[in-house]
Every structure is written in C-alpha cells, then in structure tokens.
Design a protein around this ligand. Structure first.
Ligand code: AMP
Length: 552
C-alpha cells in the first residue's frame, strides 16, 4: 500500500488543559460562582481559576504525583473540585471522581481497586474519609478541600489542606503537552450487581465529547449561557459540563451540597441561570418548590434530563407552566456519558404538536461521534421501525473499549465487518428517523407470557397521575405468565388514592395485559447513588411478595 499524503496542518494534541487556557485567554472575565460548604457564594473568573489550576498542578508535581497516578475526589460541585479536575488531568495524572453516596465499604473498595495516591474531599465527607482511611494503604495524602481556618481536627494521617497545598505550587508553571490518548479521568459504574467497574477516559475522547456535547442538537451550549450543573461532578463528570462550559465560554454556577428546591431556585434566579442538567429525581424538589411558592423562572430556558427515563409529565410541566424546554438525553458511564438527545429536526416542523411531543419523549437521536444499532439475541440487526426492540449497541470516539484493569474481560461484540460494538445492556427501539427509545434495562423488562412489558412505560403513566409522587414497576414471578408487573407507588401526601383507582387509570392507556396485577403503596422508593430508582433493592424488598390471584 502507498503511504498516505499527510495534511499540512498543525498537530496539536487534544488535551483538556486547552479548555482552560482558551477560556482564560478569550473569556477572562467570565465567572465561576460556587455555593460553598460555609453557605456563602464564592465567585472568581476563568482567568483566576486557570492560574490556581496551574499552581495546584505544580504543587501536585512537587508532592510527587506522577503522570498516570490516580487522584480521587469525594466532592460536591464547586470551584475547588473543578480546580482538581484540571490540575490533576492537565498535568497528565488521572482524576478519579467517587460518588460519596455509595456505602463507605464500596468507596474503600473502589479506592483500593484504583490504587489512588491522593484523595481530595469536601468537609461534609470527613466521616467517610475517617472510616475508610485506615483501609486504603495506597493513599499517601488526604486533602481537605478548605482553607486553613476550616481545617478539621482529625486523626487522619497525612491530612493536608487544599489551600495550603495549592500555595506550595508555582503559578508560573505551564501546562505540559503529551499524547492525547493518555488517560485523564476514571469513573466507576454504579455496580448494582457485583463490584463496580471503571471507565478510563482519555484526553482525546474527553475533548471530542465536549465538542459534541456543546452542539446545537446536543446541549446547545454557547457563550450566552449561564450553566448550572445539578448533575454532580461525581456522576460521569457532570455529563461533561466542566469541560464544555470553558470550551464555549459559558458562565458556570455550582450549587455545592445545596440541592433542595429553595436553594436551587434562589441560585437560578440570583445568577441568571439559562441552562441546567440533571436526573429526573432532582427536578421533583425544584418543581414542587416553584409550584408551592407560585414562582416563575426569569432566565432558565432549557435543561437536559437523563440518567433515567424522564417522565413525559415532567417534560410537559416544565414546558407548559415554566417555559423551560426539556432535552431528554440518554447516556452511560461507559459513553462519557452522552449518546443520544431528543430534539426536533426541520422535517418535523409539519408534525402535529402531539406527534412532536411523542418524539421529544424518546431518548433521542445520536450525536456525531456515536453510532448505534439494535440487535436480537443472535446479534442480528433489527429494523428501525419504531416497534422492533432489541439490545442496544453503540460505538464511537468516547465509548470504552475495555474496563479499567480489563475487569470482566473484553466487553465488545464484533459484527460481520469486524467492527466492534459495546453492548449497553439496554433494550430499545429505533424509529425510521433514527430516534431511539429505551424500553428498559435488560434486567428490568418484565417477561409476561413470552412477551415483554416495559416497566418505564408503566412508570411514566403512573407519575402522570396527579396523586402519585413516585412510581416503580417490577416483575413478580407468576405461575402461569412467568412474570407479572407490580406497581409500587408513593402517594402525594393526603391524597385519596386506591389500588382500584390506579388500575382503572391504566385502562385504555396500555394493552390490557400490560396493566399491573397489583399496587403496593409505600412511604418511599429506594434511590441509588446517582438518584435512580434502585430496582435491585425493590426486588429484594418484594422477594416474598406473591399476587393473591394467579390469573389476570
Ligand atoms: P450510568 O452509567 O450509571 O449513568 O447508567 C447508565 C444507564 O442509565 C443506561 O444504560 C440506561 O439504562 C439508564 N439511562 C440513562 N439515561 C436514560 C434515559 N434517558 N432513559 C432511560 N434510561 C436511561
């Protein structure tokens, strides 16, 4: 084969440090505002932030943190967390964000598996750190993310203060250039079954993901935006926002630990937030607050909702009562995380409002950089007809090719052309316009009489009932049908709602055989560490539950 003629273009490696050098140089006065542990608002600019990031990177180097070493964080969304992202990643080490809502035993397991050398934590997580420190021998330094005045009294060995550590660094230190395929971030999957597995992102994949996330048919981010990520920076890098915001020059607002409706509303209004992102459960608190207090949003115009299925009722409430556009999105840790987003295209302009609404309720269309398909159990392609459902497979620039330390072996599946695909574990349909809709996680679909029932569809309908706050549907073993759906519901306080009301409510809305066999009212539904309904826990709670009747 002849050797290719190379293009005569500059060859600059795609490194995350370039987001901050760009923002500091071209958007120097744009602010990063953070609600701190102390409760006050901290504000500074991209220019100030970038200097501190370099200074911190230099301090880490002086403390002997090498390229490729892992530095963990246990922290809320805030400016020091963002500084840790860039200081660690920009110098060639790996920022390993850990979800503090996990059980301390699981956190210790993850720290040991990743062999983190340093762990930076917000003061609210001091009890976790105290409990895991004796069990994590790889961690040479524990860094409290505060100033010297707020340093806790603690017996943790090698406890450092973030601000004192930063002061050890040289603000004249410059970002190094290295191979763009070097690792920059490590996130563990939620691990609802077995131990969690790590997704190890590269600089190149992270930069490409941030470009794509900003596109008009993705998050539509621009220098006109004020972005408040409600999604935590420990949930797949807040879906890439800490990288995409400086890329476009958007103002950033970090809510810290204060995620209740009132605190969020005040921050949205006070800082002129235009765009946000989060899982469905976090919006319930904000929507309840604005409803109870008859508030409106003066600047908030759109939000990405994903991580689990966004109920259509939530999309409607945001749109009809608050003029906020919901962009429903699907992704996963293994995809950095963005895969698809639901927005209309020019060819949909003529559709009725109802038809448009149906499209926007789906998980959406791929962004450039991701390809997808659905296959049957023999790995044969299924048609894009909007009704055939099968296993969702993806490939692309920001999809993992293996888990950290090759845990679980090679996850990829090859097609006849020899191309590799990542099996997502989701079951989905794809319509002729390329809009994907998730039916369920493979392990959550309810198999009834050889057919499948989508628990997501039944849950979406239930939460659209005015007397229902939260709903989950699980399959219960059934002697005749294999499995039948059980609806588990949290009622609105004081609501007069019976089992019969709910079952009647499904009539005419779904096929008769989809209607759940029973309803159980509960005080709360267990949520996992990223705010998703914990079906595994619900299945344990209802392990001995059996329907009173055997037919339906
Ligand atoms: P995680 O890696 O913990 O973020 O979980 C990824 C999984 O969350 C996906 O494989 C889906 O099962 C689920 N998920 C993410 N976004 C959505 C969505 N918009 N609708 C339904 N399920 C979703």
């Amino acid at each position: 084969m002849q050797s290719p003629l190379h293009g005569q273009m500059m060859d600059m490696p795609l490194l995350i440090s370039s987001f901050m050098t760009h923002a500091a140089r071209h958007f120097p006065g744009i602010e990063i505002v953070s609600r701190r542990h102390e409760g006050d608002l901290h504000r500074y600019t991209y220019r100030d932030a970038e200097v501190r990031m370099r200074q911190m990177a230099s301090a880490l180097e002086r403390r002997g943190i090498e390229m490729g070493e892992r530095v963990a964080t246990l922290a809320w969304n805030g400016y020091r967390h963002m500084e840790a992202y860039y200081a660690v990643g920009g110098k060639g080490s790996i920022v390993h964000t850990i979800n503090p809502r996990l059980h301390p035993d699981q956190i210790a397991w993850i720290v040991n598996h990743a062999e983190d050398s340093m762990l930076c934590f917000d003061l609210s997580f001091l009890p976790i750190v105290e409990s895991i420190a004796p069990r994590c021998p790889s961690v040479k330094h524990w860094v409290a993310m505060c100033d010297p005045d707020h340093m806790p009294r603690s017996a943790i060995p090698n406890l450092l203060c973030f601000e004192s550590l930063l002061a050890e660094g040289d603000p004249r230190w410059q970002w190094p250039e290295f191979d763009e395929r070097s690792a920059v971030g490590l996130c563990y999957t939620s691990g609802t079954t077995g131990h969690p597995k790590g997704a190890l992102y590269a600089h190149r994949s992270t930069v490409l993901h941030a470009y794509a996330a900003s596109l008009p048919d993705a998050m539509r981010l621009s220098a006109r935006d004020v972005v408040l990520p409600v999604v935590p920076m420990f949930h797949v890098n807040a879906w890439g926002i800490p990288y995409a915001a400086p890329l476009v020059g958007a103002k950033l607002v970090f809510p810290g630990a204060h995620l209740d409706g009132k605190s969020l509303y005040e921050l949205f209004e006070g800082e002129g937030v235009t765009f946000s992102a989060g899982v469905p459960t976090v919006w319930q608190g904000l929507l309840a607050y604005v409803k109870d207090h008859l508030c409106k949003f003066s600047t908030f115009r759109r939000t990405v909702i994903g991580g689990s299925a966004c109920p259509p009722a939530m999309i409607e409430t945001f749109r009809d009562f608050y003029s906020v556009e919901v962009i429903h999105a699907w992704g996963m840790t293994e995809l950095s995380p963005l895969g698809t987003l639901a927005q209309l295209q020019s060819r949909h302009a003529r559709l009725s409002v109802m038809q448009q609404q149906r499209l926007l309720e789906k998980q959406g269309h791929v962004v450039y950089g991701i390809d997808m398909k659905i296959v049957d159990d023999q790995n044969r392609d299924l048609p894009w007809d909007g009704t055939s459902f099968g296993n969702l497979m993806v490939r692309g620039h920001w999809v993992i090719n293996s888990y950290y330390r090759n845990e679980g072996g090679n996850p990829l599946v090859r097609d006849a052309q020899g191309r590799s695909w990542f099996p997502t574990g989701d079951v989905a349909t794809i319509d002729p316009d390329g809009y994907m809709q998730i039916t369920d996680r493979t392990k959550d679909v309810i198999k009834s009489g050889g057919e499948w029932i989508s628990s997501i569809d039944l849950e979406n309908l239930a939460v659209a009932h005015p007397a229902v706050v939260q709903a989950a549907v699980i399959g219960i073993p059934h002697p005749k049908w294999d499995e039948r759906p059980l609806l588990i519901v949290v009622k609105r306080r004081g609501a007069d709602l019976t089992r019969e009301d709910l079952l009647r409510y499904y009539q005419g809305k779904v096929a008769k055989w989809w209607i759940p066999d029973d309803v159980q009212f509960v005080d709360s539904i267990p949520l996992g560490a990223t705010g998703k309904i914990l079906k595994t826990r619900l299945r344990e709670v209802f392990a001995d539950y059996r329907f009173a009747h055997s037919g339906h």
